[in-house]
Ligand binder design. Structure first.
Ligand code: SF4
Ligand code: SF4
Length: 134
């Protein structure tokens, strides 16, 4: 899930469902150490980029505590304190011109502050690390 507001007050977990979130190798290694899960249990390779895996039944990220496949159902991230950077910065994302925007996929995006230059730098750095295969 993204930042604390409005995610928790709205009991939202929409961005953790049918996720396509890419993660860095160091994030994957941290998740392996914390959970004891093997890489293939929580990621798949999207053209060489590690990407969070969805649970077959719930269609949600394997780390989301939920038993529902309803996009509007509640759910809690079981690795919240070490969740990948892309998760913690969402709904801020880069568009095709590398400009930071609020993603249309977030149902409460209008409740977030407008993204800052710092958000843009964070996302650009993350993108570079992913492209370098780090
Ligand atoms: S979809 Fe938006 S409001 Fe919902 S948990 Fe994610 S960032 Fe928060
Ligand atoms: S790691 Fe946590 S915050 Fe990120 S998609 Fe999975 S459940 Fe959501």
């Amino acid at each position: 899930m993204g930042r604390s507001l409005p995610c928790i007050p709205q009991s939202c977990s929409a961005c953790c469902r049918e996720t396509t979130m890419p993660i860095t190798k160091s994030e994957a290694s941290r998740l392996t150490r914390r959970t004891g899960m093997k890489l293939e249990q929580f990621t798949w390779s999207n053209n060489g980029i590690l990407t969070l895996l969805n649970n077959e039944k719930t269609k949600a990220c394997v780390f989301l505590l939920t038993d529902s496949s309803d996009q509007n159902a509640e759910g809690i991230c079981s690795v919240y304190d070490i969740r990948p950077k892309g998760c913690s910065t969402y709904p801020y994302v880069l568009d095709k011109k590398d400009q930071v925007i609020l993603d249309v996929g977030c149902p409460h995006k209008e409740k977030f502050p407008q993204p800052t230059e710092e958000d843009a730098m964070t996302l650009l750095n993350l993108e570079e690390r992913l492209m370098r295969g780090e």
